[in-house]
Ligand binder design. Structure first.
Ligand SMILES: CC(C)(COP(=O)(O)OP(=O)(O)OC[C@H]1O[C@@H](n2cnc3c(N)ncnc32)[C@H](O)[C@@H]1OP(=O)(O)O)[C@@H](O)C(=O)NCCC(=O)NCCS
Length: 227
C-alpha cells in the first residue's frame, strides 16, 4: 500500500493511497495562506465522526431531505415554509450538486454510521476565495435534536474547512429567534459579531439575522474533536 502520485489540473501532484476499493487522499504541503478551490473541488469527500458519516449528498436523498424539510419545526427556524413535495427536495439537491460542479458549495448528507439513513445535511458555501472564508449551513431531523449530533458533524466540517481547505474564517447567519442554532454556534467557539436588524421577512414580520464568525486562530476554544 504505497503512496503514488498523479498530476492534478493545476499541475501539482496529489498523493493517494489505494486501500482496497477506496482511495485516501494525502494532500501535499500547502504553504500558509494557500487555498486552491480547484484542488479542493476535484472530488467530493466523505468525513466520519464517532456516530456519523458525512457523505456527499446524492439525488436519491430527495425523500430523506423531504422528511426533514416537510417539518415546520425545522424550516421555521430559518424562516421558510415547509416543503410540500419531494420535487422541491429533488430540485434543491440538483442545485447542491450543481453548486459543487461550479465550485460554489459542498453539501454533505448526515447519515448514522450503522446504516445509510439520512438524518440531516450540512454545507460549506458562499466561498470567498480571495478572502479565504466560507459560510456554514446545517439542519437535522427534529427526532434527532439535542443529542450532540450537529456539534459532532460541524466539528468535523470545521476541521476539514480549516485544515484541508485552508480557510481562515467560517461564518454563520441564523435568525435571532433560532435559540438552538445560536447555542450550537457558541458551543463550537463562534462569536456573535453583529445583528442585521429586520433583514428576513417571514410570516408577516421582519426577523433580525445574526452574524457569527469563527477564525482558524480561534480554534483553541473549539471542542477537541473540532480542532
Ligand atoms: C440547530 C440544530 C442543527 C442543532 O442540532 P442538534 O444536534 O440538536 O444540536 P446539539 O445537540 O449538537 O446541541 C449543541 C448545543 O446547541 C444548543 N442547543 C441545541 N438545541 C437547543 C435548543 N432547542 N434550545 C436551546 N439551545 C439548544 C445547546 O447549547 C446545545 O448544547 P447542550 O445540549 O450541551 O446544552 C437543530 O436544532 C436543527 O436542525 N434546527 C432546525 C434547522 C436550523 O435551525 N438550522 C440552522 C439554520 S441557521
Amino acid at each position: 500500500m504505497f503512496p503514488e502520485s498523479r498530476p492534478i489540473p493545476n499541475g501539482r501532484q496529489l498523493l493517494t493511497v489505494r486501500e482496497n476499493r477506496s482511495e485516501r487522499i494525502i494532500y501535499p504541503y500547502r504553504p500558509p495562506g494557500h487555498v486552491n478551490l480547484d484542488e479542493i473541488f476535484e472530488r467530493p469527500v466523505t468525513l466520519s465522526t464517532e456516530r456519523l458519516l458525512l457523505r456527499p449528498v446524492r439525488e436519491d436523498d430527495a425523500p430523506a431531505l423531504f422528511a426533514i424539510r416537510s417539518d415546520p419545526l425545522v424550516t421555521e427556524q430559518y424562516g421558510q415554509e415547509p416543503y410540500r413535495s419531494i420535487d422541491e427536495s429533488a430540485r434543491w439537491i440538483r442545485g447542491a450538486l450543481d453548486g459543487f460542479s461550479k465550485r460554489e458549495s459542498m453539501t454533505w448528507a448526515l447519515t448514522l454510521g450503522k446504516d445509510d439513513t439520512v438524518i440531516g445535511e450540512c454545507c460549506l458555501w458562499n466561498f470567498g476565495q480571495g478572502h479565504r472564508c466560507a459560510e456554514i449551513g446545517y439542519e437535522l431531523r427534529s427526532s434527532h435534536w439535542r443529542q450532540g449530533l450537529m456539534t459532532e458533524a460541524l466539528s468535523a466540517v470545521l476541521a476539514y474547512g480549516f485544515d484541508e481547505m485552508g480557510l481562515h474564517r467560517i461564518e454563520a447567519t441564523p435568525l435571532a429567534s433560532n435559540a438552538a442554532s445560536r447555542g450550537l454556534l457558541l458551543q463550537l467557539g463562534f462569536r456573535h459579531e453583529g445583528t442585521l436588524r429586520q433583514r428576513i421577512p417571514f410570516r408577516g414580520r421582519f426577523e433580525d439575522q445574526l452574524y457569527y464568525g469563527l477564525m482558524c486562530s480561534d480554534r483553541s476554544r473549539l471542542p477537541a474533536s473540532g480542532r
